[in-house]
Structure formats: structure tokens, C-alpha cells
Write a protein that binds this ligand. Structure first.
Ligand SMILES: [Ca+2]
Ligand SMILES: [Ca+2]
Ligand SMILES: [Ca+2]
Length: 204
């Protein structure tokens, strides 16, 4: 091989190697930009990060709910199980309700294996309903806004109430338990999920 031909071969090899590195850098950049954008959303004002398995694949995912105006979506980072996330950012009515003073409580309220997001109005919200975003598994949610038993307003209006989601009657659908850290409470009232956005009260 002449020196000129040899130089051309070396040049082509270097160009191929460089292209390969650029291509790798591009794909890496694209992947990182996805989660970068998500990380930036997470730093927006009054954004709450809520963990749940929103597509029911066994890997925990993270949804972002903003409690101040400006968003019409609920971004979700779906874990792929290897450190990568698939990011969605779909329009969702939950974002409209979440600007009111409310508790954000996740659970599987219809028992389909996909985590849902519930909003329960805090003291001063004036809400008479429970708002539930039922996860469809693809980053979208079906929002239900059904009348809640007026009985619960007494508990929700307490300053120190904590709502803990769990399946308290073992029917596969998560329910709400209301607890207070005030000594005046001697009960743990339950709101048992019927699976359709309505709840039945149970107080002993
Ligand atoms: Ca998941
Ligand atoms: Ca569900
Ligand atoms: Ca239940």
C-alpha cells in the first residue's frame, strides 16, 4: 500500500470511528434529554412527586402533580427496570383540580393493578367530592369527580388529618383511612372504595 493510500484508509477509519462516537453521543444525549426535561419539570413551583406503578408492570414509576396553576398535564416517568425511564406528558384534568388546597393520595382504587391518583380537598377547599385520576397505563388518566359523603368533610376539615390509602377490607381496591394526631379523635373512619370513584363509609 502506498503512503497516500494508507493515509486515505487511516482517514476513513478515523472518520468512521468519529461518526460512531457522534452517533453514540447523539443517542445518549437524546435519552438524557428526556429525563433532563423531566428533572426540570420536577423543580417547578409546588410540584409534588408521587410514586406508583402507573402501568402495572411491577416497576415503580414517578408522576408529577403541580399544586399551582400553569400545567394542564401530569408527566409520568415510567421505569424500565434498568435505570432508564420512558417519559410521558399527557393532558390530565387532575392538574386543574390539584391547584386547590388538597391531599394527594395514591392507591389502586379500582383494583386493576395500576396506581391511581386521588385528590381530597383540605380545609377551606370547599370540595364536596373525591377526585380520582384512574390510570390507563399509558400516561393518561380518566378523571372521576363524584360526590363524597358529607360525613367526611368533618374529617377532611381537621387541620391535622392524615389520609392513608390501603385495602382495609381486602377486596383488591384501595380505600382511605382518616387519622388525626389530635387527641380528640378516638376513631379511624374508613372510606371503602367501590371501584368507580364512589366510596362507602365505615366507622366503628
Ligand atoms: Ca411501572
Ligand atoms: Ca387502578
Ligand atoms: Ca378495599
Amino acid at each position: 500500500m502506498t503512503p497516500i493510500k494508507s493515509s486515505i484508509v487511516l482517514f476513513l477509519a478515523a472518520a468512521l470511528l468519529l461518526n460512531f462516537k457522534v452517533a453514540n453521543a447523539q443517542s445518549l444525549k437524546t435519552a438524557v434529554e428526556g429525563i433532563d426535561g423531566y428533572a426540570q419539570w420536577a423543580t417547578s413551583t409546588e410540584v409534588i412527586m408521587v410514586e406508583g406503578d402507573y402501568n402495572g408492570d411491577g416497576y415503580s414509576d414517578i408522576a408529577l402533580v403541580r399544586q399551582s396553576s400553569g400545567w394542564g398535564t401530569v408527566p409520568v416517568a415510567f421505569s424500565k427496570g434498568n435505570g432508564d425511564f420512558a417519559i410521558t406528558n399527557q393532558p390530565c384534568d387532575i392538574s386543574k383540580f390539584a391547584v386547590a388546597p388538597c391531599h394527594i393520595v395514591v392507591g389502586d382504587y379500582d383494583g386493576d393493578g395500576k396506581t391511581d391518583i386521588a385528590l381530597l380537598g383540605k380545609k377551606g377547599s370547599g370540595w364536596g367530592s373525591f377526585v380520582i385520576g384512574f390510570s390507563n397505563g399509558d400516561g393518561t388518566f380518566r378523571t372521576s369527580n363524584k360526590q363524597a359523603d358529607v360525613f367526611y368533610q368533618n374529617y377532611l376539615s381537621a387541620a391535622s388529618v392524615t389520609i392513608v390509602a390501603g385495602d382495609y377490607n381486602g377486596d383488591g381496591k384501595d380505600d382511605f383511612a382518616f387519622f388525626s394526631q389530635q387527641s380528640s379523635w378516638g376513631k379511624a373512619p374508613l372510606a371503602l372504595s367501590n371501584g368507580d370513584g364512589t366510596f362507602s363509609r365505615l366507622v366503628k
